[in-house]
Design a protein around this ligand. Structure first.
Ligand code: C5P
Length: 311
């Protein structure tokens, strides 16, 4: 069995509408997912034990034991296919860790596809996504990519056809935010306000802007119901959002549960300029320029391996 490498993108939620808490403790969601060109690469290879190593963005902050979602993905698929879970997983991180960009989910989706390819499991992608949903709400989208509307707890997906390319700037923060903690804070703020919680629904103007490739209209239509909670836990995010807007972004919001902030730019040059201004503002640790949509998890062709001479 030869090693297999899968590339997998980060996501930003163009809309994240959070409904009421369900009996299983999850929130009913409508999430418009959008895959962007920040990638992790996950390589799996047969080994003596299930092990995880990691390099790149945020190395040191990710658990390398069986709590790692990628390790759990190996165990889940190995069990289904009757394979040994003794696999070495190496994760090259380009997606911010605990940043609200589905980095852990991306690694789980990539690991499922990489192991299935290595083991020649020929599991249909739809089935891999269903397995992925057992690991986390965002895992199926990491596999699918593009732009898609997620319902349920975010795992039921319908692709949105859009040919336009959008240009993004991501402002990375120091340290992460815990997704469950942000949901809890959202519930707490809602309890305090005592407002009714409307059933979540996709915004028509957002879907129309996506289809039309209209960046200013998309920027104006983006919303995130977790944003107030993320700002409540990390008040400095307000300054980051203001700095990006002042720099000319046509849309600004916290990505998922944060603390990464996402800025939509009118074009590629505008994105570079927004990134420079954000870095100069001192309101973030660093920035990344990216575009979307991009495709979901995909197996990379094997490169020339100088040690074995194999292609
Ligand atoms: O599914 P995932 O593991 O990504 O979810 C992480 C946490 O986010 C959950 O444990 C839950 O606290 C919260 N969550 C939620 N409702 C959702 C998705 C996630 O409350 N629809």
């Amino acid at each position: 069995m030869s090693p297999v490498t899968v590339q997998v993108p980060a996501k930003v939620n163009l809309q994240l509408a959070v409904g009421a808490v369900r009996p299983d403790g999850f929130h009913e969601l409508v999430s418009v997912f959008h895959a962007v060109s920040l990638f992790d690469e996950v390589t799996v290879a047969p080994a003596d034990a299930l092990t995880v190593t990691l390099d790149g963005e945020g190395a040191g902050e990710v658990p390398l034991d069986r709590d790692n979602l990628a390790a759990r993905a190996v165990e889940l698929l190995a069990d289904r296919l009757g394979q040994s879970p003794n696999v070495h997983i190496h994760i090259r991180k380009g997606i911010p860790v605990a940043g609200g960009m589905a980095g852990g989910s991306a690694d789980a989706a990539a690991t499922l596809l990489a192991c299935d390819t290595m083991w020649r499991g020929n599991t249909p992608r739809e089935m891999l996504r269903r397995l992925g949903a057992e690991l986390g709400s965002d895992v199926p989208f990491s596999d699918l990519g593009g732009t898609a509307i997620g319902t349920g707890r975010g795992e039921r997906l319908a692709a949105v056809a859009s040919v336009a390319r959008f240009h993004w700037v991501f402002a990375l923060a120091d340290g992460g935010l815990s997704t469950p903690a942000v949901y809890r804070e959202c519930d707490r703020l809602r309890d305090e306000a005592g407002d009714d919680i409307p059933a979540p629904a996709p915004r028509e103007e957002l879907i129309a802007a996506l289809r039309a490739g209209d960046a200013p209209a998309l920027g104006a239509a983006m919303t995130n119901d977790l944003q107030a909670a993320a700002i409540s836990l990390r008040p400095s995010l307000r300054d980051t959002l203001l700095a990006g807007t002042a720099a000319g972004a046509v849309g600004a919001l916290v990505s998922g549960s944060g603390p990464t902030c996402a800025f939509l730019a009118a074009d590629e040059d505008a994105a570079k300029s927004v990134a420079r201004s954000l870095e100069a503002s001192g309101t973030c640790r660093t920035t990344r320029v990216a575009y979307g949509p991009v495709s979901g998890a995909r197996v990379l062709p094997r490169l020339w391996n100088s040690e074995s001479g194999a292609v």
